[in-house]
Design a protein around this ligand. Sequence first.
Ligand SMILES: Cc1ncc(COP(=O)(O)O)c(C=O)c1O
Length: 392
Amino acid sequence: MEFSTRTIHAGQPSEPETGALIPPIFQTSTFEQDAPGCHRGFDYSRTNNPTRARLEAVLADLEGVAYCAAFASGLAAENAVLQAWLRPGDEIVIGLDVYGGTYRILNRVFQPQGCTVRQVDISNPAVLESALGPHTRLVWLESPTNPRLLIYDIAAISASAHAHGALVVVDNTFATPCFQQPFQLGADIVVHSVTKYLAGHSDLIQGAVLARDFATFEPIKFLQNATGAVPAPFDCWLTLRGLKTLELRMERHAENAWAIAEALASHPLVKRVYFPGLPSHPGHDVARRQMTGFGGMVSFELDGTVDDVAGFVSSRRFFALGESLGGVKSLVCHPARMTHASIPPEERAKLGLSDTLVRLSPGCEHRKDLVADLVEGLNAVPRAREAQAATA
Ligand SMILES: Cc1ncc(COP(=O)(O)O)c(C=O)c1O
């Protein structure tokens, strides 16, 4: 079955009792039992719920594995993986570019508990090799990364990590299974902020963990019930609805991202464009090899000041200024002041994360409108500077 067919048919038969084409939301906290302890697969909705089970089945199918647990947010999903697989004294190796919340949970929650976080340039095999050791339990990466859309070679990193007995976790939020299949490249665990492209409409918060084998999955599944950060049935139903158009949406997001990247690359006020589809992107060849599409995100460094950036991102017609990404409605974000503000400024500088970086999440609007909006905003920067200078 092809990918788009699976998004609509996998794990989603019509509802058996009534034939409803789209199964209803099982909005219930508990289930009537026939005798004590004797139920029909569901006893309490924190433990399991039919709507959530359907969602988990579809996500597992799309990522090509048997095991999935859905969570109340992407960070709750990350927390379950970290709690399951990191103990005091253990080490985790992460790439230079990761979502700010991932940086925060590692450095502010797990580091104080005695875990060591090694943030290194995992794209460099020698650097990665020297960071791996007998205590490395996990290697954690995003590809493309948030916010600079760096590309990491998942197969090569997995081979090095496995040689040291470490598990490889890939945050597949940006690529989605539509464009990248991390398990085929060697990953042991995949995490998602389902909030983004998978749900796709900026109307819910949700996460998921998928695992290649039961032994890796079992402690995560245990924590889903034991710590209880589960998504509501209604939110699972919304994601099931969103997933049915995942491929259609991803194609449009990617098409828009291409058009925007090309337009930005030739604008004099743009210092650098980050989009893995551009041949000038350092990860372009690896992206071509390990992805079937370059994704829908574009970031760029504005040749100007932080105030120029603030003016630009605050006055777009079609790009709403907001955290998050991956919805049908376009979003723009200033990572240094928003999504990545939890990384201290000196750390951001060390990691190469410029304060004039702008991150775009083109939605499903027409590319001509999106490109025009951005070019108009860039062309207005010199005028805004002059106006500011005149009032100073
Ligand atoms: C790559 C990535 N991973 C994880 C998360 C966290 O997900 P959530 O916001 O659903 O908790 C985010 C959120 O922006 C993200 O961009």
